[in-house]
Design a protein around this ligand. Structure first.
Ligand code: TXA
Ligand code: MG
Length: 346
């Protein structure tokens, strides 16, 4: 699998290079290759969803277990409807309200959708991304793109092209640089095959916003962690597996009221203080002695946008423990709290 050669990284900064990158990505995708593409949530590892051999390469590259289905990306309602067997009114209303955007709808799959994409299941997750590059490639290809996050299985999702270069750069032919991901954490995954609909993975489109267009509050699995996979069966949503979205360093989530309190807690960790990196938003400690202190604004959207980038940075700086300041327990912070909780599972 190792190509031993670094991927080509194409910029999208001007209309000219954007068009060149669209052409190159579409050419590789048509040839059944896997390419890393930007989306507004996190970078994706894309392949032609209708080509089982191409999708198989995604599983190999990620080291992804075969029981974990892949989200299919589209760039029009017509393309979305080609991927599914039914298009309920709820899907139409949600698509109208939130697409393009960070919402994945799980629906009964069309027979044309290969079972490798859906991990053998009868449902498929569909998303229309807001990122202009993803949309342009989809229009150019005119086939849907299976694209999970562009990281090794269970690790941290990439939010810029550099993150992809560092983790999969020697295994891909092309990485398209579409800038820093604007949402920063993965899409909300909503199961429309059950009633009431169920949030399988919280994201920046919250339950209340979904409820406001559906006249019913979705059930949430945000708190309950999934049981282990049934023998030979499919997980309801493997994104709910406990350990996920994890940096290499150990991550702990703490609340502190002042600098000395944090420092004395940090001294009880079994690593030197300079191997401890702190990510704070409200009670900001002095950097002195710590390996690093980064500050993210106390705002759920800004926090989501910056979180993975900060965790990647801590990993690059060889942090052994990352201490993240606990976030509020309110609805708007739910998706961020969910990712922190999973990243903190030892
Ligand atoms: O924001 C995102 O959703 C990003 C970007 C690249 O679009 N993609 C992403 O894909 O996070 P991935 O594969 O890393 O996570 C997809 C999640 C997994 O937890 C998977 O189990 C769940 O969505 N999923 C996908 N298809 C499903 C299905 N048919 N039924 C239930 N869960 C599904
Ligand atoms: Mg992922």
């Amino acid at each position: 699998m190792v190509r031993g050669k670094q991927a080509e990284v194409l910029s999208t900064e001007t209309p000219q290079v954007f068009a060149l990158a669209v052409g190159r990505a579409a050419e590789l995708l048509r040839a059944g290759e896997v390419v890393a593409l930007p989306t507004e949530t996190v970078y994706g590892l894309a392949a032609n969803a209708l080509d089982p051999q191409a999708v198989k390469k995604i599983f190999r590259l990620k080291g992804r277990p075969g029981h974990n289905p892949i989200i299919v990306h589209v760039a029009s309602l017509e393309m979305a409807q080609r991927c599914v067997r039914t298009w309920p009114l709820a899907a139409a209303r949600l698509a109208e309200a939130f697409w393009p955007g960070p919402l994945t709808l799980v629906l009964p799959k069309a027979s044309a959708m290969p079972s490798i994409v859906t991990a053998g299941g009868d449902t498929v997750g569909i998303r229309w991304s807001r990122h202009p590059f993803m949309q342009a490639v989809l229009r150019e290809c005119d086939f849907p793109l299976a694209a999970p996050s562009a990281n090794r299985s269970s690790q941290l999702s990439p939010t810029n092209a550099d993150h992809v270069v560092r983790s999969l750069g020697d295994q891909l032919e092309l990485i398209v640089d579409g800038g820093q991901a604007q949402v920063g954490i993965e899409s909300t995954v909503l199961d429309l095959c059950v009633w009431p609909p169920r949030i399988l993975r919280p994201g920046m489109i919250p339950a209340v916003a979904i409820a406001s267009v559906m006249d019913t509050l979705p059930a949430s699995e945000g708190q309950a962690l999934d049981p282990p996979p049934p023998a030979g069966g499919t997980l309801r949503s493997p994104g709910l597996l406990e350990r996920h979205y994890s940096p290499h360093a150990r991550l702990v989530v703490w609340r502190w009221t002042n600098d000395p309190e944090l420092r004395s807690a940090a001294r009880t960790l079994d690593v030197p203080l300079d191997a401890v990196h702190v990510v704070a938003h409200t009670v900001i400690p002095l950097v002195e002695g710590f390996g690093g202190v980064s500050v993210i604004p106390h705002d759920a959207e800004a926090f989501a946008r910056a979180l993975y980038q900060e965790l990647h940075r801590c990993d690059e700086a060889s942090a052994r423990v990352i201490v993240v300041e606990a976030v509020p327990e309110t609805a708007e912070w739910q998706a961020v709290a969910d990712r922190l909780r999973r990243a903190a599972v030892p």
